[in-house]
Design a protein around this ligand. Structure first.
Ligand code: ADP
Length: 419
């Protein structure tokens, strides 16, 4: 294991995994902190997916430390703390406290922090984070329900979350390349800074930052800054070119799609799917019992399973969602539908489905938990940020694509089964 990463949420972990696979590293995502007896997977990079972004800070720190400890024992040579490219956090944390704890445990005293991901229009200039053409605090993120980002100056934001001090590697230095960046990072560390926010507005910058951090014990950032890391391992002769790292074991079995996301992209994908394959809509207004909802969907599936995917959807447009939430309450409605979808996922696997797309972050989490999935080996990308994965755990192995609600093109639910 070359790289051991800790991600503060589930879909963010997959995003990082995809980046590493693109760089030629065989990558496995683990769900939650592995147990002491869990055998490390045969992979160049392992990403432990936690739910530490919005967890209470004490729990976020202790889980991150436990993940670090396991990755160290498994032999990882370098560590990565992955957070969102919009630096999702509050003044209480959890980015600062987790990074402080990891730096303390590793005894490295210093880490760079770079959430930039120019491909997704997240750039950092003079320490300020932009989303597209907007400063972070004018991008809509200032209204986020859990982690409202009201300040775009990341030096200030991170300073509020740590008792260490935060410096900056500005654009003018980053533009000069890896040697200049490395020199500045070393200088900041020697001055006693614990962190350096690093500017980046292009992939070339990310590659140079990665190269500059070749010997850092810990790197923190979005998935973008991981772009340069595979090249370091390759240059050091540690990463052998052993064929395409995204090749997964062959998998037959029936095909199905479960959609629990109500995001715009998913609704478009459902509209497209309706014209091409059988689609079943779950109606919580007609029946609010998750077991009965699952039974109804699984009865409908009878005789339809095969190579052509069946689609089962709870997804609904905003006015319908509002009506459901008015009746049951927002959280209860979400939990009820997630429970039904998770039962359906299990029922489908019992009926021989082995290739499954799940749309929606929370919905994916519920399905994966119900199926007892512990690890996802990352395969080929269907659309940017959504790879097929080989899911293993307590049940039979399943090919799964876990799609964050707004990801994927209109034909995603059909295209997935052609990749
Ligand atoms: P996304 O990735 O788009 O945010 P999630 O799965 O994370 O999707 O979140 C969608 C939430 O909406 C889930 O909790 C799901 O159970 C809930 N949901 C799905 N369909 C409906 C519906 N018809 N009415 C109300 N809530 C719904």
């Amino acid at each position: 294991m070359l790289l051991g990463a800790i991600a503060d949420d589930f879909t963010g972990a997959t995003d990082l995994c995809s980046m590493l696979v693109r760089g030629g590293m065989r990558t496995v995502q683990l769900i939650g902190v592995p147990g002491p007896d869990d055998v490390p997977p045969d992979a160049d990079a392992v990403v432990v997916a936690l739910k530490s972004r919005t967890a209470p800070v004490g729990q976020a720190v202790s889980e991150s430390l436990a993940a670090l400890e396991w990755l160290r024992k498994a032999g990882a040579r370098q560590f990565f703390f992955k957070y969102c490219s919009t630096f999702d956090s509050t003044d209480e944390g959890n980015i600062g406290p987790i990074a402080d704890a990891l730096i303390g445990a590793l005894g490295c005293g210093f880490a760079l922090a770079c959430p930039a991901f120019p491909t997704n229009a997240r750039t950092v200039y003079q320490g300020h984070l932009f989303v597209g053409g907007m400063l972070l605090n004018e991008s809509g993120m200032e209204h986020h329900p859990l982690t409202p980002m009201k300040d775009a100056n990341l030096v200030r934001v991170l300073s509020r979350q740590t008792d260490g001090t935060v410096g900056l590697v500005p654009f003018s230095t980053v533009e000069q390349g890896a040697v200049a960046i490395r020199r500045t990072l070393t200088g900041l560390k020697e001055q006693g800074r614990r962190y350096a926010i690093v500017d980046a507005v292009s992939d070339a910058h990310l590659m140079a930052i990665g190269e500059a951090a070749e010997h850092h014990a810990l790197i923190t950032g979005g998935s973008g800054v991981a772009m340069g890391l595979p090249a370091n391992f390759r240059r050091a002769g540690l990463l052998q070119a052993a064929g395409d790292p995204s090749v997964l074991p062959p998998m037959g079995g029936h095909a199905a799609v479960l959609a629990g996301s109500c995001s715009r992209a998913t609704l478009m994908q459902l509209g497209y799917a309706r014209d091409h394959v059988p689609v079943f809509e779950i109606d919580v207004m007609a029946n609010a019992d998750p077991a009965a909802l699952a039974e109804g969907a699984l009865a409908w599936v009878e005789g339809k399973l095969g190579d052509t995917p069946v689609v089962i959807a709870a997804s609904a447009p905003p006015e319908k969602v509002a009506a459901v939430q008015a009746r049951f309450g927002r959280d209860a409605a979400g939990a009820l539908i997630e429970d039904a979808m998770a039962r359906i996922a299990a029922g489908l696997v019992e009926r021989g489905v082995r290739r499954m797309v799940v749309a929606g972050g929370e919905t994916s989490g519920a399905a994966v938990a119900r199926l007892g999935v512990r690890s996802l080996r990352i395969g080929p990308e269907i659309d940017p940020g959504v790879p097929w994965t080989h899911a293993e755990g307590s049940g039979p192995a399943v090919r799964m694509a876990l799609k964050s609600g707004n990801f994927g093109g209109t034909d995603f639910f059909l295209k997935a089964f052609q990749v």
